[in-house]
Ligand binder design. Structure first.
Ligand SMILES: [Zn+2]
Length: 179
């Protein structure tokens, strides 16, 4: 007799089938389940709703209370990402500080490129989904969807390519949510 019929699936059992984990190390684990308007994934834990990345963090950090007022922040800026190694705990203040810091950082990087620091390696990117294309002399963004590589375009700035990848991730599964 199949057990599943008689036993309700746990929150965790329902969670993982809705996460896509990439084949490469340290990529974003993208939530493909219900998405709320602000771009975060949403899960029901018992009778309560919580953000998908928050729930994922709690699975790896049992000491973290889901009802805690602390925020779970993304180091990767991909709101649908539930990779615990991309998540860290902070308060609302940290959230704002983090935004400011990231804003400053990307401006800094842009400035460096404009002023032409060619010394650093141009073959690899610190961003996931971005690689340097020699012939074009441009950064290329691509994403893997169900085993197929989809090119997202070539960009002069590495950050633009990274943004294209992030947008693709954030938009990828919007349609899938309906089913
Ligand atoms: Zn991530």
């Amino acid at each position: 007799m199949p057990k599943g019929i008689y036993k309700r699936k746990s929150s965790e059992e329902r969670f993982w089938p809705k996460v896509r984990i990439p084949f490469y190390d340290d990529g974003c684990w993208v939530w493909i389940g219900t998405k709320v308007r602000n771009g975060y994934g949403e899960v029901w834990i018992g009778k309560k709703r919580t953000k998908a990345h928050r729930f994922s963090y709690s699975l790896y950090h049992p000491e973290f209370n889901l009802d805690s007022p602390l925020c779970i922040l993304h180091s990767c800026d991909v709101r649908l990402c539930v990779n615990p190694s991309h998540l860290f705990v902070g308060d609302r203040n940290d959230n704002n500080k983090d935004k400011v810091l990231k804003g400053r950082q990307s401006r800094g990087i842009k400035h460096r490129r404009v002023t032409g620091s060619k010394k650093r390696s141009e073959k690899t990117s610190k961003f996931i989904g971005v690689c340097w294309h020699k012939q074009d002399k441009k950064w290329r963004a691509s994403i893997q969807i169900e085993g197929k590589i989809k090119h997202l375009g070539s960009f002069f700035y590495e950050e633009e390519a990274a943004k294209a990848y992030q947008n693709a991730l954030n938009n990828l599964y919007v349609e899938g949510v309906k089913s």
